[in-house]
Design a protein around this ligand. Structure first.
Ligand SMILES: Nc1ncnc2c1ncn2[C@@H]1O[C@H](COP(=O)(O)OP(=O)(O)OP(=O)(O)O)[C@@H](O)[C@H]1O
Ligand SMILES: [Mg+2]
Length: 325
């Protein structure tokens, strides 16, 4: 953490989606702050609302909606901007890297066209200058100079190359913040490590702040300064990733940690969390994790507030204290 003013400040963010004709909560009362150069992780099982949080920050297209709360980028409130202004502020200030570049990169525009369009629109660069900068960026993310990738199309590239192009595009307009939503999940293990190394190098080189969404607590522990654990649209624990891994306080975080496979460990020793994340519109009252929680009792029918436990913020009536993994 630094003492500088935060790049991103999210306060009490609630997001809803229309399902069967009514607006259903998908993220509730989420708060986070990311300082310059800091990497904050969002973790949690599939369907917990990680991507919806990211999309709300980027500017969720209707009919999804931010129903309450505040999102400030370098002190500027984003939720009250017009969609056009929002695109402009977001385009310059936030870069994104998504899990599947095939769905985020345009299939019928060359890489060069896509990159120069963004540079011309966001930074008002003349075409020639934008093209030179695009070429520079591709070299910077480790793509081979001898292949003129500016004229290539996304289907001609391997998965690892596509993800490098996405990273080049994400940093192209000198953003202060990059949001990476499971950026390595679609890649094989060796390429995953290379892309992760590249992100780490970019962070150090440019001093980027990053919101890093992942299922992988061990990668998060290596890469991020803070972690926020989400469950059913709720922030259930926030702390340093090492603390979350070594001394999880929320029974849900504990369940995630116990489900991590370790090299050489027999499969039978893994203990996945029983049950499933409740679907939207059918979250239990009170603590949303209670139907799956080994520590559940009558008190859990009331929603717990976030409270400090040791050095973490935890939303639980019965947090684990001093039980090291
Ligand atoms: N367009 C949509 N229409 C209806 N429900 C949606 C839509 N997009 C997301 N959801 C639901 O919203 C919830 C949160 O989804 P979200 O994509 O944020 O989860 P996630 O934590 O990113 O999961 P994953 O780890 O699988 O990416 C899920 O229950 C999902 O099914
Ligand atoms: Mg997601």
């Amino acid at each position: 953490m630094t003492d500088q003013a935060p790049i991103l400040e999210v306060r009490d963010l609630s997001v809803s989606l229309p399902i069967s004709g009514r607006m259903v909560p998908v993220v509730t009362d989420l708060s986070m702050s990311i300082s310059p150069g800091e990497a904050v992780a969002l973790v949690g099982e599939s369907g917990c609302g990680k991507s919806m949080t990211a999309r709300a920050i980027i500017g969720l297209p209707p009919p999804g909606a931010v129903v309450s709360g505040s999102i400030r980028l370098e002190g500027r409130e984003l939720t009250t901007l017009s969609p056009r202004e929002r695109r402009r502020v977001g385009g310059r200030g936030i870069g994104f890297i998504f899990q599947e570049p095939m769905t985020s990169l345009h299939p019928t525009l060359s890489i060069g066209q896509q990159m120069t369009d963004a540079l011309r629109y966001n930074l008002n660069l003349p075409t020639r200058v934008a093209r030179d900068r695009a070429r520079e960026l591709l070299a910077r993310v480790g793509l081979p100079k001898e292949r003129d990738l500016l004229n290539a199309y996304v289907h001609e590239l391997s998965g690892g190359m596509r993800q490098r192009v996405m990273i080049a595009m994400a940093i192209s307009c000198n953003p202060k913040l990059v949001i990476a939503d499971e950026p390595t999940t679609a890649l094989d293990v060796t390429i995953q490590a290379q892309v992760l190394e590249l992100l780490i190098a970019m962070r150090a080189e440019i001093g980027l702040a990053m919101l890093y969404i992942s299922h992988d607590l061990e990668v998060v522990a290596e890469f991020c300064d803070r972690a926020i654990v989400m469950y059913a649209g709720d922030q259930v624990e926030a702390g340093t990733p090492v603390e979350c891994l070594k001394m999880p306080h929320h029974p849900y975080t504990r369940g995630l940690v116990d489900a991590i496979p370790h090299a050489g460990e027999a499969r039978a020793r893994l203990s996945p969390i029983p049950g499933q994340v409740p679907s939207l519109g059918s979250w239990p009252r009170g603590c949303r994790f209670q139907p799956r929680c080994p520590r559940q009792d009558d008190r859990c029918a009331t929603r717990p507030e976030l409270a400090t436990v040791v050095r973490s913020e935890v939303r639980c009536w019965h947090p684990l204290v001093g039980e090291v993994s």
